[in-house]
Ligand binder design. Structure first.
Ligand SMILES: [Mg+2]
Length: 482
């Protein structure tokens, strides 16, 4: 053995030992087997070029991979028509490995596909660099869905490339199973409501939520005022619904209410709701000022100070600094409720939960998507130190919901919990046959050339496209260096 070869071997051995000691053994695999769940093209694969920001170079992570040459090559979508639409996104690369993501329930695939020109050519290992580049195009509500879907795709790819589950990319696993809470279709009939919730309890759920809406209580004269807000009488009727459900599932069982559609408008209305329901000791009262009311942190702070009921909001909020920091810094709510499909995917939702944890505010997750989004959320949830429970919809009336994916343990929702996969990436694949049975529009991850050109970014001065130059002349070429 030559001295040079001996030196190389001992260096590799040292790297391996260092990696094993730090728990990163899976990343520094020295075996010839592919680290990716989808295999790998291996070294020598053609590169798509340096892309935006130049090539991202990393150390000798895996002898049999070529992560430095990994490039995003395409972004495609398939939309599953379910209780909500599930726009599922696939991010392709030049090395065969791909990532799955999902735009927020009820959103549109274009929210993610419109970001395609900002992604193609970039190395998907550069998660934060890419997310920084697309952040200006994210927004609250469904407009957060594009950014979030891209984040999930990137984490799926990174997990596959490094041979680790997504949760490992985010932190330590605090739990193997994530607690779910069942959102149940509501009714104005206390008896029927109780029966539906009891049916959920028989599925094994241990945490529940019921909607209390304007329509549910506006069934007797005087239950709502001239503005449509609930009167004291209306709140007492709502109390009949809550009491019937608690009688059915047990008063000791956590029960929350969603009041996003109760048409509460003022701080005084909100305080009246919370005080009227204090005797039920609800797990939380959600979205008193609607799903977009999270911006009203001053109002929430007033409400919180006036009641013993716990209040929560956030499902339509994007970003820590954009939506959640004011709520947390001002102690405006008792719990926060981000949806990883709007809040910014796995990484941003983890950041939000960590920030809330520093202020002793627990995190409940909103979720109404397909198993792709649900597992992405579960990977993030299991790393949170202040996690309480995550919402789930459609588990009883969409029997095929679980069949949309393969590779995970079934049933996915097992007695009110979901097991977080330890396989690389999200740990799942789509069941093509079942997905194709529920398409919103024909085609399965068809090419998306209509999104190849810049869509969300627009064109300013100075680029190689037709525009007015500084002299006011219509030109078709680059006219400046910036
Ligand atoms: Mg809600």
């Amino acid at each position: 053995m030559s001295n040079l070869r001996s030196t190389r071997l001992s260096r590799r051995r040292m790297l391996w030992q260092a990696a094993a000691a730090s728990g990163l053994g899976a990343i520094f695999k020295l075996t010839p087997s592919p680290a990716s769940a989808q295999g790998r093209g291996g070294a020598g694969q053609p590169s798509a070029g340096p892309g935006r920001g130049g090539a991202v170079r990393y150390g000798p992570i895996n002898k049999y991979s070529s992560p430095s040459d990994l490039r995003i090559t395409d972004l495609r979508a398939v939309t599953v028509a379910a209780n909500f639409d599930y726009p599922i996104i696939r991010m392709d690369t030049n090395q065969g490995v791909y990532g799955l993501g999902e735009v927020r329930d009820g959103g549109h695939k274009g929210a993610a596909l419109g970001l395609k020109p900002l992604l193609v050519g970039r190395n998907p290992l550069d998660i934060t660099g890419i997310l920084d580049a697309i952040r200006p195009y994210a927004g609250h509500g469904r407009q957060g869905g594009g950014y979030s879907a891209i984040d999930i795709c990137l984490h799926d790819i990174n997990g596959k490339v490094f041979g680790v589950p997504v949760w490992r990319l985010l932190g330590d696993k605090k739990m193997d199973r994530v607690r779910l809470y069942a959102d149940t279709t509501g009714t104005s009939d206390p008896k029927k409501y109780a029966e539906r919730m009891l049916a959920r309890k028989k599925l094994g759920f241990t945490y529940f939520k019921m909607d209390i809406t304007y329509n549910f209580i506006n069934v007797r004269p005087g239950n709502v005022d001239m503005y449509g807000s609930p009167t004291q009488k209306g709140l007492e009727y709502a109390g009949e619904l809550i009491a019937a459900v608690k009688d059915a599932i047990g008063w000791e069982t956590p029960l929350a209410t969603d009041t996003a559609s109760l048409r509460v408008r003022t701080v005084k209305d909100a305080i009246r709701v919370c005080q009227a329901w204090e005797k039920y000791e609800l797990a939380f009262i959600e979205d008193l000022f609607g799903t977009m009311g999270f911006t009203r942190w001053q109002d929430y702070k007033e409400v919180k100070a006036a009641t013993a009921s716990k209040i929560l909001t956030g499902e339509d909020g994007f970003g820590l600094k954009e939506a959640f920091k004011p709520l947390i810094d001002n102690r405006a709510v008792d719990l926060i409720h981000p949806d990883p499909g709007t809040a910014g995917g796995c990484l941003e939702t983890k950041r939000i939960a960590d920030y809330a944890h520093e202020q002793n505010i627990p995190t409940v997750l909103h979720m109404a998507g397909s198993p792709v989004a649900t597992f992405a959320a579960a990977h993030a949830a299991c790393t949170m130190r202040n996690f309480v429970a995550m919402e789930v919809h459609a588990i009883d009336f969409l029997k095929w919901w679980e069949e949309l994916v393969t590779g995970v343990s079934k049933p996915i929702v097992d007695k009110g919990f979901i097991t977080v996969p330890d396989a690389p990436g999200l740990g799942l694949e789509l069941n093509e046959e079942v997905v194709k049975q529920h398409l919103r529009e024909p085609g399965y991850f068809e090419p998306t050339p209509e999104y190849d050109k810049v869509r969300f970014v627009g064109r300013g001065t100075g680029g190689p496209w037709p525009h007015y130059n500084v002299d006011g002349v219509w030109v078709n070429e680059r006219t400046s260096d910036y």
